[in-house]
Design a protein around this ligand. Structure first.
Ligand SMILES: Nc1ncnc2c1ncn2[C@@H]1O[C@H](COP(=O)(O)OP(=O)(O)OP(=O)(O)O)[C@@H](O)[C@H]1O
Ligand SMILES: [Mg+2]
Length: 238
């Protein structure tokens, strides 16, 4: 079971509170999109879910209580976070980056099998295993970041602005792969994305976050049909 339940989530930096009681549920195997303006707290929400910022409230994944636990403990629980800016290790090779993703895992044979699995999702990486991450294109780096996260065998995959800085064609390919991963591995996904069209295209549920509060929730269709969302995030009037 990997249903994500978030209730009354409060988080911030030092004395500055950024999230003021966030509540959302993502059913097992579903994709949830988080939309919202710059500075709304989207990145902070993902950081709270992966233990990178201090948080209070409730975060449960498949019944296991995750709140207040450090990032490595959450990684062991199957929470994989692909941060804003990707977080790949530039001087290391593609293969070294992928193997780092398996840091909490045992079972060498399984890790080798997972490398093969990731090559199947991202054939572009397979031909570049010995290249440094720093020499990859932006799209390839994002693929590497997601591939590395998959090496954790995540139950929950957190993606922060995967399309940032990428050409539309590359972005569409990336989202197609995320959808395939979600369908094949049944990984629950929370994706923060500026490109609301793309995010709503693959998500079942969506939430709009503004100044640390969820101001609108619904199915992807409902959020897409909402006039105010259309004006604010989709760039057109309905
Ligand atoms: N490391 C930090 N220390 C202090 N304040 C921070 C830190 N990171 C973010 N903040 C503040 O928290 C608030 C929310 O930031 P956050 O990065 O979560 O927003 P966001 O919705 O991801 O924005 P964007 O769309 O620009 O990525 C902002 O006011 C920001 O200045
Ligand atoms: Mg952000």
């Amino acid at each position: 079971m990997s249903e994500l339940v978030v209730e009354d989530l409060v988080a911030g930096y030092g004395d500055a509170r950024v999230l003021h009681g966030v509540r959302l549920t993502v059913r097992e195997g579903e994709i949830c999109a988080i939309l919202g303006p710059n500075g709304a707290g989207k990145t902070t929400l993902l950081r709270a879910l992966s233990g990178m910022v201090k948080a209070r409230g409730t975060v449960r994944l498949g019944g296991a209580d995750l709140i207040g636990r450090p990032p490595d403990a959450l990684a062991r629980q199957g929470v994989a976070h692909v941060p804003e800016g990707r977080g790949t290790f530039m001087p290391l090779t593609v293969e070294e980056n992928l193997r780092l993703g398996a840091f909490v895992r045992r079972g060498k044979a399984e890790v080798e099998a997972d490398l093969e699995r990731i090559h199947a999702y991202f054939p572009a990486l397979k031909t570049r295993l010995k290249q440094t991450a720093g020499s990859l294109s932006g799209g390839e780096q994002q693929m590497l970041a997601i591939g590395r996260a998959l090496m954790l065998r995540p139950r929950l995959l957190l993606l922060d602005e995967p399309s940032l800085g990428l050409a539309p064609l590359v972005t569409r390919e990336l989202f197609r792969i995320v959808q395939a991963i979600n369908a094949e591995e049944r990984t629950t996904v929370v994706v923060v994305e500026q490109n609301a069209h793309l995010a709503l295209g693959i998500a079942q549920q969506a939430h709009v976050l503004e100044t640390g509060r969820i101001v609108l929730s619904g199915t992807a269709e409902e959020i897409r049909a909402d006039e105010q969302v259309a004006q604010s995030y989709l760039g057109y009037r309905v």
